[in-house]
Structure formats: structure tokens, C-alpha cells
Design a protein around this ligand. Sequence first.
Ligand code: SAH
Length: 493
Amino acid sequence: MRYFPAFFDLRHRDVYVSGGGALAARKARLLLKADARVTFWGAGPEAPVRAEFDGRCAFETEQLTALSPRPALVVAASGDEEDDARVAALARAAGVPVNAVDQPQACDFVVPSLIERGDVTIGISTGGAAPVIGRRLRERIEALLPARLGALVAFAGARRGEVAERVAPEARRGFWERVLAGPVAEAVLDGDEAGAEARFAAALDDSRLPQGHVAIVGAGPGDPELLTLKALRVLQEADVVLYDNLVGTGVLELIRRDAERVYVGKKRSDHSLPQEEIGALMVRLAGEGKRVVRLKGGDPYVFGRGGEELDVLREAGIAASVVPGITAAAGCGADASVPLTHRGLSQAVTFVTAQGGSGGAPGIDWEALARLGHTIVVYMGVAKAGEVAGNLRAGGLAADTPVAVIEKGTLPEQAIVKTDLQRLPDDILAGGITGPAILVIGAVAARADGRGLVDLTRACQQHDLPAGRAATAAPGIPAPVAEGVSTKQRAYS
Ligand code: SAH
């Protein structure tokens, strides 16, 4: 170990910071957080530094020549290599630990990259060898730690006495583990103080009962980097993860290694668990005290049945929470250069599904949508594209209304078909689109561009389809679908 990690108590102790520029200010800010008494030494602070620290720090404009009163630490941060070396030598001679910014050879101590969450402080050092790696590690650890970790530490700290009184010593550790990884912690981290208090009281009353929790989590459209930090955290704390087919493999790789994974479907064609059984499974697993994650593509509350699943859990008295995700429309729009609203083009957007709740026609007023003339994003619309286009045209949308079909958006396999209402069914065929895909309909779709843009002229030639052929679909009547593609289309869309 090149440097010995230690945490200094600097409360009400003197620290001298040489310099008066941005560098010195950065160090002073950090030291003030630890309640140190900071004195700036040097030719005179720059005006913004003086303004920021006036009243909170002392300023000495003479050159630092003697260390009196003797400080706890010295930080040489003038930015002038020679001056910093001189100050470092002075401190050393007086036996005061010194840090000279960017001069490891002149340092008695180094300041690590810091992660702070209330009373939790994490310092990372690479022994001065590669500070950039230290900073990158910090970013990754930052991403793993809940923003309100400090609140959780404070919550636990304030209840230690009560737990010591009421929970037998041999059960204490297990109790804290359940509380700090279960529904109580979840409530604290969500900022739900009343909920946390109630659950904590219940946990104390029944300190031996396991308490599970279900998080219904949006996995986003596929790119694992589009997960929320919260989703990442619950995935790494989960005992069991129930996921469906829309969840990308990249996201699945982020699940805690020894968590159990259960595939619950559902493509429309396959034999995955029916909805009621998914509900029952979640209730059973949480009842066993497990931390369950129900992972869903996109956002759980956008055509994701998240609301129904939450109802089932609530009815069964299971603690549950919902973590939002980036919905397909937002993710695909971002990756295909399609703004869902755009000044002068479209002032609103509607998300609709082309599939009815029970497999029948959805109760969508296409005529009204056509009249509004703003952006329409159709989910689950590939197999019904002809019908959708026909209905919108019957409602008054022009045949040349732009449409962008975005398939497997945000994933490396993303495909974009840029077409219009009239050519939509044919171009879906020509482009080989099988889904999952969204249809973005309206003026903004004309902007579609980017990774995976399909060259339709070539694609039409390859499929022996005339480019620009009139759509054959009439309102309400499905477009003809070429042999061999239809099953696949139905399966995914
Ligand atoms: N809850 C999800 C939607 C589930 S419905 C969300 O918020 O995104 C399933 C439909 O979502 C698919 O048929 C398709 O229309 C759309 N979809 C999901 N992921 C997609 C992706 N990566 N690219 C394009 N469409 C996607």
C-alpha cells in the first residue's frame, strides 16, 4: 500500500491553504465541509475567492514563513510549482503533514477521490499513479450508491438504542440486515419517512418474520446504459428477478450474479406464464422474504401492466414500489433523431397501442387522433400497421404523412424505416421489420435518421416490391402480409 488511508478529525482545527485562486478555493471548500478553520495564505485571494469565503475563512496576504499557530495540515495550492514546493518544505520542517497539489513527491498525504452520502465517505486512491482511473472508479461507485444513503445511515443510527433494547443480541444482525436491505430501507431511500417509520415499527414488533419486497422496474428500451441508477441498484440487491422478453441481454447482465432469474415471457406466441401466475409468483416469493424485482421493458406504466401488478401486490399486503424506465417512444426517438414534439411541427404526442387489452381491437378513436394532427406513437403496431394507416387516413390524415418505424431501438440491431402512411405496410415488409418496433406518425417522423436507417429503394428491389406502391389496406382491413413474415410479425409485435 503506497498510502495509508485514514480519516482526519479536522473540526475546529487550523488548516493553512496557500494560494488564492480556483485551486485553493476547491481545497478550502472540502476542508470547510469537515469544519476545519481555514486560512488562505498568499499574495492575496482573487476577488471571487474572497467573495465566496469572506467571513468563513481567514486571509493572510504575507508570505507564509512560519507555522504559527501550528496548523493540523497544510495544503499548498497556489498553482505555482516553486511556491508550493517552498511551502511544502516549510511544513515538513515543522513536522506538519502537507499536501502539495499535483506534486506527489512533495506530499505527506494525498486527498483521494471522494464519494459522499451524509456520514458515509468513500475515498479512492490510485497511489498517485492514475488519478483519472480513480475518478472513473468514483463515477461507477457513485452510480451504485443510492442518493439517500446518508439518510439511511442516519435512520439506522438514530434507532440503534431502540433495537438494542428490543431485539435479542443474537437476532440483531439478522434484524439489521433485513431492515437495511428490505422494505424499510426502500422507504427511506424513496424519501417516504412515514412509510419507513411504520415498516420499522412493524419489523420491530415481529423481528423474526422475513419481509420481502417487490420492485416493479422499468428496464428501458434495451441499451443497458439507459437504466436509471435506481433500477441498477435494485437489480444488484435482488434475490430473484422476473423478466420478460423485451428486456435486453445487456440489462440482464447487470443483475446480481447469484440472484435467481425467472423468464416469465411474454411474446404473444410463446408459452410463458399467464399474468395471474406472474402475480401469484411475485406474492409467493416476497412472502418468503425475498427481494423480488419484476423487470419490464421500457416503463412499467406504459403498456406494461405495471398498475395491475401493483394492485395484486397491494391486495396481498406485499410491500412494493415502482421504478420508472425510459419508454420505447422516448428511447427510440432519441436514437433515431425523432423529437416527439418539435416547435412548429408538433405540439403534443399521444402514445397508443394497436392491440386491444384482450386481443381485440383497441378502443382508440383514430379519427380524433387524425384530427389533432400531432405526433402519434403506436406501440405493438407492426402486425396492424395497415389497419392503423387505413384508420388514420380515413380520419383525414394525408397519404404522405411521414411515418418512422423504429425497430429494436437503442440496441445495436436498431433498424429505421422512413416512410409515409400510404407506403407503410409495404415498406415494413421491404425493410424486414418484425419488431419489437414503434410507429412514429406525424411531421416529426420526417426527421428520422441515424444508425440502422434502411435503404428502401434497395430493400424494395430485393423483395421484388415496387418502391412507392400504393398501400392496399382499406380502413379497418389488415394489410396483406407476405407469406413467412406474418407469423414472425405476429409473434413479436
Ligand atoms: N412498457 C414498454 C412497452 C411494452 S409494449 C415501454 O414503455 O416501452 C411492447 C411494445 O413496446 C413493442 O411492441 C414495441 O412497440 C415497443 N417497444 C419496446 N421496446 C422497443 C424497442 N427497443 N424498440 C422499438 N419498440 C419497442
